[in-house]
Design a protein around this ligand. Sequence first.
Ligand SMILES: NC(=O)c1ccc[n+]([C@@H]2O[C@H](COP(=O)([O-])OP(=O)(O)OC[C@H]3O[C@@H](n4cnc5c(N)ncnc54)[C@H](OP(=O)(O)O)[C@@H]3O)[C@@H](O)[C@H]2O)c1
Length: 241
Amino acid sequence: MAESGILHGQVAVVTGGGSGIGRAVAESLSERGATCVLVGLRSSKLEETAAGLSTSSTTLAVDLRDPAAAGMVVDTTLTGHGRIDLIVHSAGVFAQRAVSDTDREFWDGIVDINLRATVELSRRAWPALRESNGQVVLISSIAAVQAFPGDGAYAASKAGVKALGEVMALEGRQDGIRVITICPAQVDTPLWDGKAPDEVRARMMRPHAVGDLIASLLATDRGIDILPVMIRPPVDPWQAP
Ligand SMILES: NC(=O)c1ccc[n+]([C@@H]2O[C@H](COP(=O)([O-])OP(=O)(O)OC[C@H]3O[C@@H](n4cnc5c(N)ncnc54)[C@H](OP(=O)(O)O)[C@@H]3O)[C@@H](O)[C@H]2O)c1
């Protein structure tokens, strides 16, 4: 059960806030009183999320692969809300291709959003986070530590996110910023559309449960350093029960 109001007064930037894990995180942060800035590609999806929140929010439709996007996110948030307390980097894509077929375009299509955009927004928001003693959540993946065929570019991007998060956590200590990395296995979100049958998706983790976990971690005592968190469904969704 959410401790309502525990994040009251905090301003959270949630990338990928129009869908899946990002939407669920925004809902859970809002339940705890945070104001949300929802960032993603499609404004219609961001508006859908905003309509379901119990606190005020702002939507910003941008392509985070654009080098100018991170600055826009930070400027829009500071202009509209005056501070940034939390950033949850949930924007990302998942696609599979054998390494032997991984050309530059395919690689960049994954790494640019999953890894490069995460670095860029973190870098641009760092002064505001230092000011607020803020917190950052990076969404890596189980693919960072467990190999699956076809995951070359995706796994490399997510291993990069995990490594980045661990370095940021150390660097954040001296600036009063806590950085938490989450490495989920399968979560039933639109990321799996066309990639997994319904019976497999039914055994995946629920997005709202993951959102609730992330919001709960953000509300924990700041005297606790949180190392990368691995989460998975109790049974492998791809194995018949
Ligand atoms: N679902 C899983 O099983 C799972 C497991 C481990 C890790 N993850 C990671 O969790 C994160 C969220 O995934 P999800 O499952 O919630 O998938 P999702 O429902 O497909 O959400 C992905 C979000 O990223 C946004 N996005 C994609 N490219 C973008 C870009 N260039 N600029 C701005 N926004 C962009 C999308 O915006 P639009 O909706 O507007 O297109 C969407 O809101 C991803 O990093 C994914 O790799 C997911």
